[in-house]
Ligand binder design. Structure first.
Ligand SMILES: O=C(O)CCC(=O)C(=O)O
Length: 187
């Protein structure tokens, strides 16, 4: 599925492009991510099942603030530039690259990304997932979902980023993602 023009029901500000990278690039990125010191995602006293490494900046759940992280490694730089180009002139520079591994059966619960960050981009690697959106509507939820393919890129800005929540149900086979975030104004 290619969301140009936007698919009916897609949250405003959501963009999606398949085959953003080649299969060869995908294999190279997966090999790099597998070599990283991935650690279970920590949020305060809790630990998530997905394993992550942050570059550029990281969100500190104890201090509720964005902190510096190691600079993005060389192998991320050309992809960062392409993601920034995808974001277009209205989007700010990427200030965080979060590499995530979801083992089979691991997903991510409903959330909106921290307000300290601005636009959010996601590059999917190794396997597909269902990407779900919901927003409160009356006593229930307005919902949207799509199958996000490996090698695709999505972008969340505007309402899709700030009003709608998103989640990924447990994946059927191992998936990696690279999440690219700009900083919100004033951060
Ligand atoms: O893996 C993904 O594409 C989503 C990641 C995400 O929602 C997050 O890290 O907040």
């Amino acid at each position: 599925m290619n969301l140009f023009p936007p698919a009916e029901g897609a949250p405003p500000g959501f963009r999606y492009e398949e085959d953003f990278i080649s299969r060869e690039e995908e294999q190279q990125l997966i090999a790099h991510i597998r070599e990283l010191p991935l650690q279970p995602f920590q949020f305060g006293a809790y630990e998530g099942k997905r394993r992550v490494v942050s570059f550029g900046s990281r969100y500190d759940y104890t201090r509720h603030a964005v902190k510096d992280a190691l600079p993005p490694p060389d192998w991320t730089l050309s992809i960062i530039a392409r993601v920034e180009q995808f974001g277009g002139p209205g989007s700010a520079p990427i200030r965080q690259v979060l590499c995530t591994e979801y083992e089979e059966g691991v997903g991510i619960g409903w959330h909106r990304d921290k307000a300290h960050y601005g636009d959010v981009f996601g590059l999917s690697l190794a396997s597909e997932c269902t990407f779900r959106f919901r927003r409160a509507a009356g006593k229930g939820w307005q919902r949207f979902h799509l199958d996000v393919e490996p090698r695709s890129l999505y972008m969340m800005s505007d309402e899709s980023r700030h009003v709608w929540e998103h989640s990924i149900p447990p994946v059927a086979s191992i998936r990696f993602s690279m999440t690219f975030r700009t900083l919100a104004a004033g951060n």
